[in-house]
Design a protein around this ligand. Structure first.
Ligand SMILES: Nc1ncnc2c1ncn2[C@@H]1O[C@H](COP(=O)(O)OP(=O)(O)OP(=O)(O)O)[C@@H](O)[C@H]1O
Ligand SMILES: [Mg+2]
Length: 252
């Protein structure tokens, strides 16, 4: 690492892509509705996110941020253009293979956590792995390892109502990265949290990227986006700017 990089006022982590592109959007367009009521939610977006890279997506309400994440996660298909994961165009996969890729490779974190209230933290994290056919014992081991990665291993047996907002969000992140997931998509994961807790969540995502995932986070807050390697600005479904992450003083 160069001396410049060592003294750069940004959080630890690679400032250049450390791997090949894991996620690629090529001229991705997504149109909703038809006729006069057509909305071009995404209007020709090119984006590459490498393994080890943390990208923040910003833009006004309605600019297409969630739509971009839905396409990236294979939850919606582009009207035209392509989405590639690990070099494979999603449209080239049969539905079963696409579903398996979505399940095994991609993790989602939403503002509304969707933790199951009757299950403990560990059970919530293990649940998608059990759905994926992993035996219960191994799923639990993977869940505990994921909780460890987000620093809340000691809360494994608590239920969601026994956790703080930030702890619950970290359970949701653990659930998104459990197993061999390689792409983490987070849509305003800090929206409901106070600023100190939001920072904990963002540093957890930062660490996930440093650990070798590709991370894409939608946020409205510049100081959270500053933890990313890159900030992509959307307007009316188009990328109107890309900047390197720059650390702002916390509380600024
Ligand atoms: N299912 C849908 N049917 C019709 N229009 C839609 C649909 N989903 C999104 N849109 C439209 O597409 C555009 C982009 O929506 P999107 O949800 O991606 O915005 P966003 O940037 O995530 O906004 P926010 O910050 O409010 O979450 C908006 O104009 C929205 O109204
Ligand atoms: Mg949105």
């Amino acid at each position: 690492m160069s001396p410049v990089a060592e003294t750069a006022p940004r959080p630890a982590g690679p400032s250049v892509p450390v791997g090949p592109p894991l996620l690629e959007l090529r001229a991705a367009v997504r149109v909703h509705g038809d006729g006069a009521r057509q909305v071009r939610a995404l209007d020709g977006v090119d984006l590459e996110v490498a393994v080890g890279e943390f990208v923040a997506i910003m833009g006004a309400s309605g600019s297409g941020k969630s739509t971009l994440l839905h396409l990236a996660g294979g939850l919606a298909e582009p009207t035209s253009g392509q989405v590639l994961i690990g070099g494979t165009p999603l449209e080239a996969l049969r539905p079963a293979a696409r579903a398996a890729l979505r399940r095994d490779t991609i993790g989602y974190v939403f503002q509304d956590l969707n933790l199951l209230p009757a299950l403990t933290a560990a059970e919530n994290v293990a649940f998608p792995r059990e759905l994926a056919g992993i035996p219960a014992r191994r799923a639990r081991q993977e869940a505990l390892a994921a909780l460890e990665r987000v620093d809340i291993a000691e809360l494994a047996d608590r239920r969601p109502n026994e956790l703080s907002g930030g702890q619950a969000q970290r359970v949701a992140i653990a659930r998104a990265l459990v197993g061999e997931r390689r792409l983490l998509l987070a849509d305003e994961p800090t929206g409901a949290l106070d600023s100190a807790t939001a920072r904990d969540v963002v540093t957890t995502l930062r660490r996930a990227a440093d650990d070798g995932l590709a991370v894409v986070m939608v946020t409205h807050e510049a100081r959270l986006a500053a933890w990313a390697d890159r900030i992509v600005q959307l307007q009316d479904g188009r990328v109107v700017g890309t900047t390197g992450g720059e650390m702002l003083p916390w509380g600024a």
